[in-house]
Design a protein around this ligand. Structure first.
Ligand code: MCN
Length: 786
């Protein structure tokens, strides 16, 4: 019976590895129709007419619907659920985002009409016949230029500014800069990423005219939130009349958090077509064009230091691309999930950050694995290394001099957050030991002898995850609470069903959550069933993102288990003819303290459902629910070290070694956690070396397929070497901190610091493609020769 804290193979892998998982596209209904969306081919145009007659008359077509039809039916706008108040006290601009465009199209891939036909091919063929008449407008695609006279995306925001937000103390930061011995400066671009889950987004929408109920099967990371948005904002369906079911979901990385135009439109259309079930599955090109993208920041940063390398102040000025419309959490990502992390692992006393969120004619930008925190870590860790290079200091030593120390926790940063626990120096020392930093110079010389350039780069990342206390996020503008719920039900035969509002789409919750419960009740993991992803079965939930599932969802489960034990004690006391106060519970057994009189939890559960001999005043059943709202975020942190070897003749960057030492507090399943780190690093390496969503100046997405958007593969990566330290989270019952985004947050800075170390210049931006690296290396060699 393995405990939490030990590796258990993932229960869910049996179905995933044998091809018996059930994904949204595997669901079919008799008489279902298929939806194909007609999408904008121009990035910016006023709609003058949409000609649908030919498509309507095409074989098999049941309907061709446009924004006008939605307007007539009162279909609402997709909301952004987080209001950011800018530095002038104004709420952010929130132009409407209609599922089907009404007046203008605003990016390539925007939704113009939906064609619904008997078969997918009929719908696709008919979609070709829809003719969009437009007046073309100039496109605005570059965030750096969006505020300087670029074409206006929304009339409500004539200068394309969504908000001008600041955090930190300007006066204190200015003061710090005045006393500085040195100011390190950098221009940084955080490249646009396009999420690529294995399974594309999909939905199957059904309306039942008999009961006036809807059933939406869809690829969502948070079915309850999807239900809330469709109900409260877009379609006005009473929540209890809408079931949202997310069966197996093949990855999300943030892109499946949001309510999108497609499933919204299919739910609405299913009723319009008298209850015809409507199915839609994205083609990969649609995912590239219209799933929410990530990152896309342009930043100027300055770090003030004294002569000994102590950080005195940090100034950060960022323009964040929000795309053409505000996606559900878009406003919060470059503000509260970015600016608040700019202290990093350091005691920098004064920080000021200014962020301007801008509209452009590009796909909406929202949370993508890490969401704001990779961008913050990238700024801080590139700046730290830049400062070390400017001052001729060892990058390890400069960090050591500035780390928050273990006795300073809880640590209040100058940018709002209070770090809960950590030991940053210990993590760094462990990483240095594993990578053998002491002998790095020898390895560099050995590379030089072979004509190669070797570099080492560090990234001391911190993140705030386990999203998070409802009161705090509410004060910051969130429109939702960020608690999690759990129901833990003993069945009469002693097995346990757990209903969680978290949603696993690759993270292994069916195993790790079962471990939490199995350990508490002294049961085999296989006797615990984790049910998730269905508003029809799970009372309430807020879903999975922000590495919150274990810290918040798992804590709710732990609390519900405690309630089960409390009730079980009453039943056991009766069965054992003892006082409740004398009953102890340990690993599945209720025992009268100091005796060998005991009842197993299985016996107690049976008595709860067959209450022939039962305490008076106690309800039958052993089934408890808990809501958990954390007191703080959790603050995982760690040190990633990348060592690269560059071939200046080809521009090839080989990642020679990668060491990650992380602190996730108490770990439930080391294997699952390692898997999360591996996947996270791979994603960060992708951003640093090869991934970039590029729009040309005409607003066309030129990286709209795998031909042009390069993803990392196994042979691009080394075998990662993982170390762990553990400072338990002091404020949740598991002591756990989130791990799901850490690798992605840490990796880009580590890799770019290593590449720039090897090349001897910071003049290279992400992604450091072969071409860019080759050009930079050649330029350096030429300069050296001159
Ligand atoms: N865990 C653990 N001990 C800890 C922390 C976590 O054993 N101290 C386990 C958890 O029980 C869980 C897994 O590790 O099984 C990840 O937990 P957690 O850090 O709570 O993250 P979430 O489950 O909330 O997952 C969300 C996170 C995010 S935000 C993105 S984006 C992401 C990610 O996880 N997307 C993923 N990992 C992904 N992995 C896959 N395969 N696919 C995605 O889309």
């Amino acid at each position: 019976m393995p405990d939490a804290g030990t590796t258990v193979l993932r229960k869910e892998d049996n179905r995933f590895l044998t091809g018996t998982g059930r994904y949204t596209d595997d669901f079919n209904r008799a008489g279902q129709a298929h939806a194909v969306f007609v999408r904008a081919e121009q990035p910016h145009a006023r709609i003058t007419a949409i000609h649908t007659e030919d498509a309507r008359n095409a074989p098999g077509v049941l309907a061709v619907l446009t924004g006008k039809d939605q307007e007539a039916d009162g279909v609402g706008s997709l909301p952004c659920g987080w209001v950011v108040t800018d530095k002038h006290g104004q709420a952010n601009k929130a132009p409407p985002h209609h599922p089907l465009a009404r007046d203008k199209v605003r990016y390539v891939g925007d939704h113009v009409a939906v064609v619904i036909a008997r078969s997918y091919t009929q719908a696709r063929d008919a979609a070709e016949l829809v003719e969009l008449e437009t007046e073309s407008l100039e496109a605005n695609v570059d965030p750096a230029e969006a505020l300087t006279g670029a074409p206006t995306v929304h009339d409500d925001a004539p200068d394309n500014l969504c908000y001008d937000w600041e955090l930190g103390d300007t006066a204190a930061t200015d003061q710090a800069f005045q006393t500085a011995h040195h100011v390190a400066k950098m221009e940084l671009r955080n490249n646009r990423c396009i999420p690529n889950a294995i399974e594309p987004r999909a939905c199957l929408a059904e309306y039942d005219p008999g009961t006036d109920e809807y059933n939406l099967t869809t690829t969502s990371q948070n079915p309850h939130l999807e239900r809330l948005i469709l109900s409260a904002f877009v379609l006005g369906i009473p929540e209890h009349k809408l079931r949202v079911h997310s069966p197996d979901v093949g990855g999300g990385f943030g892109s499946k958090i949001y309510a999108y135009p497609e499933e919204t439109t299919c739910v609405w259309a299913s009723k319009k077509l008298g209850g015809t079930p409507i199915k839609w599955t994205a083609q990969r090109g649609e995912s590239f064009a219209a799933d929410a993208h990530g990152r896309d920041h342009v930043t100027h940063a300055e770090l003030a230091l004294d002569a000994d390398g102590h950080f005195l102040g940090l100034k950060v000025d960022t323009i964040a691309n929000l795309g053409a419309y505000l996606s559900n959490f878009a406003t919060s990502i470059p503000t509260y999930l970015y600016g608040t992390l700019l202290a990093g692992q350091y005691t920098t006393p004064a920080i000021h950050c200014n962020v301007r969120g801008v509209f452009t004619n590009t796909a909406p930008v929202d949370a993508y694995r890490g969401a704001g925190r990779p961008e913050a870590t990238y700024v801080v860790e590139r700046m730290v290394e830049r400062a070390a290079r400017d001052l001729g200091m060892d990058p390890v030593e400069i960090r050591r001099r500035n780390f928050v120390q273990p006795d300073q926790f809880p640590y209040q940063t100058p940018v709002a957050l209070t770090y809960d626990s950590g030991n940053y120096e210990k993590g760094m020392d462990e990483a240095l030991r594993i990578i053998d930093y002491a002998n790095f110079d020898q390895r560099r010389q050995e590379s030089e002898r072979r004509g190669k350039l070797r570099g080492i780069g560090f990234s001391a990342y911190i993140e705030a995850c386990g999203l998070a206390p409802s009161q705090v996020v509410g004060q910051l503008g969130a429109g939702v609470g960020l608690w999690e719920s759990a129901q833990v039900r003993f069945n009469a035969t002693g097995t346990v069903s757990v209903f969680t509002g978290s949603h696993s789409h690759g993270q292994g919750h069916e195993t790790t959550f079962a471990q939490v419960v199995a350990e508490r009740f002294g049961l085999p993991v296989d006797n615990v069933d984790i049910v998730h992803g269905d508003t029809g079965r799970i009372p309430m939930g807020m879903g999975t993102y922000g590495s919150r599932s274990l810290a918040v969802g798992g804590s709710a489960i732990a609390r519900a288990c405690d309630k089960v034990v409390d009730k079980g004690k009453k039943i056991a006391a009766h069965l054992l003819e003892a006082s409740v106060d004398d009953i102890e519970f340990d690993r599945g057994n209720f025992r009268v303290a100091g005796t060998d009189k005991a009842k197993s939890i299985g016996e107690v559960a049976f008595a709860a459902y067959v209450p022939h001999n039962y305490p008076e005043g106690v309800e039958p059943g052993l089934d408890e629910t808990a809501f958990y709202d954390p007191a703080n975020f959790t603050y995982p942190a760690g040190m990633h070290v990348a060592e690269v070897e560059i071939d200046p003749e080809t521009g090839d960057t080989e990642i020679a070694d990668w060491v990650a030492v992380d602190d996730f507090g108490t770990v439930i399943n080391p294997m699952v956690v390692e898997g999360q780190i591996h996947g996270g690093i791979a994603q960060g390496v992708g951003q640093a070396l090869m991934e970039e969503g590029v729009y040309d100046s005409d607003g066309q997405l030129v990286t709209g397929s795998y031909q042009d958007y390069c993803m990392p593969r196994a042979d691009d990566l080394p075998s990662f070497r993982i170390g762990m330290i553990e400072t338990p989270c002091p404020h949740n019952p598991l002591g756990a901190k989130g791990c799901g985004e850490a690798g992605t947050i840490a990796a880009p800075a580590a890799l770019m610091n290593a590449i720039t170390d090897a090349l001897g210049t910071d003049e290279i931006s992400m992604p450091a493609t072969r071409e860019k690296v080759w050009r930079t290396a050649q330029r350096r060699l030429q300069q050296a020769a001159e």
